[in-house]
Write a protein that binds this ligand. Structure first.
Ligand code: IPM
Ligand code: MG
Length: 359
């Protein structure tokens, strides 16, 4: 029986529309093979939405997303919106989308493609075989804690404030997601915090520890965030699944991404307790190369694979896309960002066409 899904596309800014276009072609090629009917509708977010409506996340966009089965997002932001007040910045739209859809769990895999090992700045013997899943809490912590703002005292002195806070339920639900992911992977979970200094981290550590007996097959460890940052570079293979709060996860997931040397290859998934998830590349909108057919669409394509797997439960279709990416790399086809000697350099559209060919 044909499965129908409604998918909201948020191409956003910079290279977003280009990599989204290539990805939609891939999805359209995959769908009939697995008896899927994908119904796409496009909505505005980020700078594109600011220009059209004045808001980085128009209510209509949020509503369209809520009505759909999954949301595929490309990237937001660009120089021309960098100096707007915070409420009107593209980033605020992204944070609003996460909060509006209750997407508390952000999955960011950092997997090495053996074909691209030379692209990393680290030694091949350090990074060979790295396969890490960072599970980042996405709707709490210092990004959203109250009070926040820049306050002026009676003596006219300004004070900037953000609050790092977690309720125990917020910790429990992200820990549960992480334990379950670790269970399906190599059964090692490392929780990252700053419990030697921060009370909020002490609660985090206590709650994660308390949950461990429910997952006896998962080996749980804890690291302070500074040490974790160091260990990721020193010996990244020691990690399997990492769970951490919003800010630490923001930082460590960029670091983990760079181990692979090719941020243009990394997808992510943001999931809530119910409702549609958002699937997006880890990289940004790369305004410097926008509109020149230079962008690497593979992280966007792999985000579509994550959408099929985690958002629509279509594991086989997801695997087919991932294999196509693998095969194209095997053929030596590369966009500029992952180019090395002897390989064939192509643009965004040609990379998309190469995928269609192997599919
Ligand atoms: C990310 C980004 C965002 C974040 C920004 C653009 C708001 O860095 O997705 O990691 O800090 O979460
Ligand atoms: Mg970030």
């Amino acid at each position: 029986m044909t499965q129908k899904y409604s998918i909201t596309l948020l191409p956003g800014d910079g290279i977003g529309p280009e990599i989204m276009a290539s990805t939609v072609l891939v999805l359209q090629a995959i769908a009939p093979k697995f008896d899927l009917e994908l119904d796409f509708q496009e909505a505005l977010i980020g700078g594109a939405a600011i220009d059209a409506t004045g808001s980085p996340l128009p209510e209509a966009t949020l509503e369209t997303c809520r009505q759909s089965d999954a949301v595929l997002l490309a990237a937001i932001g660009g120089y021309q919106w960098d100096n707007l007040p915070r409420q009107q910045r593209p980033e605020t739209g992204l944070l609003g989308l996460r909060q509006g859809l209750g997407l508390f769990a952000n999955l960011r895999p950092a997997t090495i493609f053996p074909q691209l090992i030379e692209a990393s700045t680290l030694k091949p013997e350090v990074i060979t075989g790295v396969d890490i899943m960072v599970v980042r809490e996405l709707t709490g912590g210092i990004y959203f804690g109250q009070p926040k703002g820049i306050f002026t005292s009676e003596t006219q002195k300004k004070r900037g404030v953000n609050t790092m806070a977690y309720h125990e339920e917020e910790i429990d639900r992200i820990a549960k997601v992480a334990f379950e992911i670790a269970q399906k992977r190599n059964k090692k979970l490392c929780s990252v915090d700053k419990a030697n200094v921060l009370d909020v981290s002490q609660l985090w550590r206590d709650r994660v520890t308390a949950m461990a007996p429910l997952y006896p097959d998962v080996e749980l460890s804890h690291l302070y965030v500074d040490n974790a940052a160091m260990q990721l570079i020193r010996n990244p293979r020691q990690f399997d699944t990492i769970v951490t709060g919003n800010l630490f996860g923001d930082i460590l997931s960029d670091e983990a991404a760079m181990l692979t040397g090719s941020i243009g290859m990394l997808p992510s998934a943001s999931l809530g307790a119910k409702g549609p998830g958002v699937f997006e590349p880890v990289h940004g909108s790369a305004p410097d190369i926008a509109g020149q057919d230079l962008a690497n669409p593979l992280a966007q394509v792999l985000s579509a694979a994550m959408m099929l797997r985690y958002g629509l439960n279509q594991d086989e279709a997801a695997t087919t896309i991932e294999k196509a990416v693998w095969n194209v790399l095997e053929k030596g086809i590369r966009t500029g960002d992952i180019m090395s000697d002897g390989m064939k350099k192509v643009g965004c559209q040609a990379m998309g066409a190469a995928l269609l060919e192997v599919i």
